[in-house]
Design a binder for this molecule. Structure first.
Ligand code: HEC
Ligand code: HEC
Ligand code: HEC
Length: 130
C-alpha cells in the first residue's frame, strides 16, 4: 500500500522534476549571453590561482579607459562570469599567456607591458598573498 502510494507520488512529481531539469540546463546559457551586453562591469577583483606568486588584481576600472570595448575581452578572451574562464577556455597559465592567450592577448610587449618580462610580474601580481 505504502509502496504504491509512493509510486503515484513520484509519477505526479515527474513533470515538475522535468521542468526543474530543463530550467537549470537552459538558464546558464541564457545568462551567459545576456551578461556580455547589459551587465555593468564589477569592481576590481582578485584572482588567486597563482601558485607561489602573489595574487593578481584585475581592474575593470583601469582597463575601461585603455580598452573601451567590453568585446575586446568578453566573450572571446574571458568568460563574463567570475572564475568561469578556466572551465570554458582552460586554466589561466602563464605559459598560455606567453603565447598570446588571456592577459597575454594584449600584455605582449606590443600593445602593453609584457607578461614575459620579470620586472613586470608585479604589475599584475600586485596583491600580497595571505
Ligand atoms: C598581465 C598580467 C600578468 C603578468 C604581467 C604576469 N602574470 Fe602571472 N598570472 C596572471 C593571471 C591572471 C594568472 C591566473 C590567476 C588565476 O587564474 O586566478 C597568473 C598566474 C600565474 C601563476 C600560476 C599559474 C602558472 O602559470 O603556473 C604563476 C606561477 C605566475 N602567474 C607567475 C608569473 C610570473 C613569474 C610573471 C612575470 C614573469 C607573471 N606571472 C606575470 C597575470 C599576470
Ligand atoms: C581587459 C579585459 C577585460 C575587459 C575590457 C572587460 N572585462 Fe569583464 N572580466 C575580465 C576578466 C578577466 C574577468 C574574470 C573572468 C574569470 O574569472 O573567469 C571578467 C569578469 C567580468 C564579469 C563577471 C563578474 C562576476 O562577478 O561574475 C562581468 C559581468 C564583466 N566582466 C563585465 C564586463 C563589462 C560589462 C565590460 C565592459 C564595460 C568588461 N567586463 C570589460 C576582463 C575584462
Ligand atoms: C584587450 C587587451 C587587454 C587584455 C586582454 C588585458 N589587458 Fe591589462 N591593459 C591593457 C591596456 C591597453 C592597458 C594600458 C596600457 C599600459 O598601461 O601598458 C592595460 C593595463 C593593465 C594594468 C596596469 C593598470 C594601471 O594603470 O595601473 C594591469 C595591472 C593590467 N592591465 C592587468 C591585466 C590582467 C591581470 C589581465 C588578465 C586577467 C589583463 N590586464 C588583460 C589591455 C589588456
Amino acid at each position: 500500500m505504502i509502496q504504491s502510494m509512493r509510486r503515484i507520488g513520484i509519477w505526479r512529481l515527474l513533470p515538475l522534476v522535468l521542468l526543474t531539469v530543463l530550467f537549470f540546463s537552459f538558464t546558464p546559457v541564457m545568462a551567459q549571453d545576456e551578461e556580455d551586453e547589459d551587465e555593468k562591469p564589477p569592481a576590481d577583483f582578485v584572482m588567486k590561482d597563482t601558485g607561489k606568486e602573489d595574487w593578481v588584481m584585475l581592474s575593470h576600472t583601469k582597463h575601461e579607459k585603455k580598452v573601451p570595448k567590453c568585446t575586446s575581452c568578453h566573450p572571446k578572451v574571458f568568460s563574463s562570469k567570475l572564475g568561469r574562464t578556466k572551465e570554458t577556455k582552460g586554466e589561466l597559465k602563464m605559459e598560455a599567456m606567453e603565447k598570446g592567450e588571456f592577459c597575454g592577448t594584449c600584455h605582449n610587449g606590443r600593445d602593453s607591458f609584457d607578461v614575459k618580462v620579470k620586472e613586470e610580474c608585479i604589475k599584475c601580481h600586485s596583491v600580497k598573498k595571505e
